[in-house]
Design a protein. Structure first.
Length: 170
């Protein structure tokens, strides 16, 4: 598989060229790529899968993946964000966040670091907002060259300052 196969699959899916995307995903699966199995599950009906098969694929990958597989963590995060898998709704949100965090901790790029920072700012169903963690990850994204992170970090600092000005003195 060529290094840009994931991008090619994404472009094919956007173009609704599902059979071509499916061919690439199946080739990656044959080569042992675990994240491709999650990509297949996310294709769902467009890959000829029913929901039980999709959920079973997600569950299998979750239990057999290598802990340091960044791409699989990212794909699972995305799958749980779509609420795929045989888990209660809230647990899917937890897994979505946990897999993103693991991917970022293991070196996922600035786009993913920025996504994690945003989740810490806003919170999720299962994660309370945490500005300290958001700042930490925004700074990390800035170090990786994210211009968006610079702007969002400045706005977060301004928000925190406004909050402090409006807090009653104890």
């Amino acid at each position: 598989m060529h290094p840009e196969w994931r991008l090619e699959v994404a472009e094919l899916l956007v173009a609704r060229r599902y059979s071509e995307a499916l061919t690439l995903v199946r080739q990656a699966i044959e080569q042992g790529n675990m994240s491709a199995r999650v990509m297949l599950a996310k294709m769902g009906e467009n890959a000829g899968l029913v929901r039980d098969e999709v959920d079973r694929l997600i569950d299998e990958v979750e239990t057999t993946m290598a802990p340091a597989d960044v791409e699989t963590h990212l794909e699972l995060s995305s799958a749980y964000d779509r609420r795929l898998g045989n888990l209660p709704y809230l647990e899917k949100d937890e897994r979505c966040f946990d897999h993103l965090l693991k991917a970022v901790e293991q070196g996922a790029g600035p786009i993913h670091v920025l996504a994690l920072a945003r989740k810490y700012v806003m919170g999720t169903l299962s994660v309370r907002p945490n500005f300290e963690e958001a700042i930490r990850w925004y700074k990390h994204a800035v170090q990786q060259g994210s211009v968006e992170a610079v702007d969002e970090l400045q706005r977060l600092y301004q928000h925190i300052q406004r909050q402090r000005r409006h807090e009653p003195n104890a």
